[in-house]
Design a protein around this ligand. Structure first.
Ligand code: HEC
Ligand code: HEC
Ligand code: HEC
Ligand code: HEC
Length: 180
C-alpha cells in the first residue's frame, strides 16, 4: 500500500512522527489523559475523565491487541501485530512522538490537541490563551463533526455509518452550568 510505505519510510529515517489525525498541530507535546483528568474529573467539573474512561475511545489501543485486530491487519498485508502498525495506530491511538501514551488510545488530546503547553491552570482557564498554546478550537458543530470524521471514515477496515448526533450523545462531556 502506497500510504503505508510512505509512513514506514518516514519511520525508517527516524526523523518524523507517524502521521496521525491527532498529530495535526505540530510543535506541541502531549500530556496524556491522566494529566487532563486531574482537573476534569469531579461531577462539578463535568466528570470528563470517567465519561472518557467509560467510552470505547479509551479502549481503542486495547482493541488493536486482540486476535481479531491481528486478523484484520494480516488481511491487509500488514506484517507486524496490529498494535504496532502505523496504519492502525493512526486512528486508534496517539502514536509517534507520544509512544508512552499510546495505551491511552483515543484520548482527550486526540480531539483537543496536544496539551503539554496549555494544561497549566492559568493558560487553561482562558480559552484564548489555551488556543494559542495548542488547544483545538471548534468553530461550530460542523467543525466537530469534521474532526470525528478524520477517523470515522471508510479508511477504517471496520467502518460503520457515522451519524454525528447519535454518536455525540454517547461521548459528550459538558461542563455543567455554574450555580451561583
Ligand atoms: C490544572 C488544571 C487543568 C488541567 C491539567 C487541564 N485543564 Fe482543561 N480546563 C481547566 C479549567 C479550570 C477550565 C475552565 C473551564 C472549567 O471551569 O472547567 C478548563 C477548560 C478546558 C476546556 C474548555 C475550553 C473552553 O473554554 O472551551 C477544554 C476543552 C479542556 N479544558 C481540555 C483539557 C485537556 C484536553 C487537558 C489535558 C491536556 C486539560 N484540559 C488539562 C483546568 C485544567
Ligand atoms: C483519533 C481518531 C478518532 C476520532 C478523532 C474520533 N473517534 Fe470515535 N472512535 C475511534 C476509534 C478507533 C473507535 C473504536 C474504539 C474501539 O472500539 O476500540 C471509536 C469509537 C467511537 C464510539 C463507540 C462506538 C459506538 O458507537 O458506540 C463512539 C460513540 C465515537 N467513537 C464517537 C466519536 C465522536 C462523536 C467523535 C467526534 C467528536 C469521534 N468519535 C472522534 C476513533 C476516533
Ligand atoms: C481511518 C481510521 C481507522 C483506521 C486506519 C483503522 N481503524 Fe479500526 N476503527 C476505527 C473506528 C472509527 C472504529 C469504530 C467503528 C465504528 O464504531 O464505526 C474502529 C474499530 C475497530 C475494531 C473494532 C471492531 C468493531 O466493529 O467495532 C477493530 C478490531 C479495529 N478497528 C481494528 C483495526 C485494525 C487492525 C486496523 C489496521 C489494519 C484499523 N482498525 C485501522 C478507525 C480506524
Ligand atoms: C472524540 C473526541 C474527544 C475526546 C476523546 C475528548 N473530548 Fe472533550 N470535547 C470534545 C468536543 C468536540 C467538545 C465540544 C467542544 C465545543 O463545543 O466547542 C469537547 C468539550 C470538552 C470540554 C468543554 C465542555 C464545555 O461544556 O465547555 C472539556 C472541559 C473537555 N472536552 C475535556 C476533555 C477531557 C479532559 C477529555 C479526556 C478525559 C476529553 N475532553 C476527551 C471532543 C473530545
Amino acid at each position: 500500500m502506497k500510504h503505508t510505505g510512505f509512513l514506514l519510510s518516514l519511520v525508517a529515517c527516524g526523523a518524523v512522527v507517524v502521521a496521525s489525525p491527532a498529530a495535526a498541530q505540530a510543535g506541541h507535546a502531549y500530556a496524556g489523559a491522566k494529566t487532563c483528568g486531574m482537573c476534569h474529573k469531579t461531577e462539578k467539573q463535568g466528570s470528563q475523565l470517567s465519561i472518557w474512561e467509560g467510552s470505547k475511545h479509551s479502549k481503542a489501543y486495547t482493541t488493536l491487541t486482540t486476535p481479531a485486530a491481528n486478523d484484520i491487519a494480516k488481511a491487509k498485508g500488514i506484517t507486524t501485530p496490529a498494535a504496532e502498525a502505523p496504519a492502525c495506530l493512526k486512528c486508534h491511538a496517539i502514536a509517534g512522538d507520544a509512544k508512552a501514551l499510546v495505551t491511552d488510545g483515543v484520548q482527550c488530546e486526540s480531539c483537543h490537541g496536544p496539551g503539554a503547553d496549555y494544561k497549566g491552570l492559568t493558560v487553561m482557564k482562558t480559552k484564548a490563551t489555551a488556543i494559542a498554546a495548542g488547544l483545538t478550537a471548534f468553530a461550530d458543530k460542523a467543525a466537530i463533526e469534521a474532526k470525528c470524521k478524520t477517523c470515522h471514515n471508510s479508511d477504517s477496515p471496520t467502518a460503520k455509518p457515522f451519524n454525528f448526533e447519535e454518536r455525540w450523545e454517547k461521548i459528550k462531556h459538558p461542563v455543567p452550568p455554574k450555580t451561583p
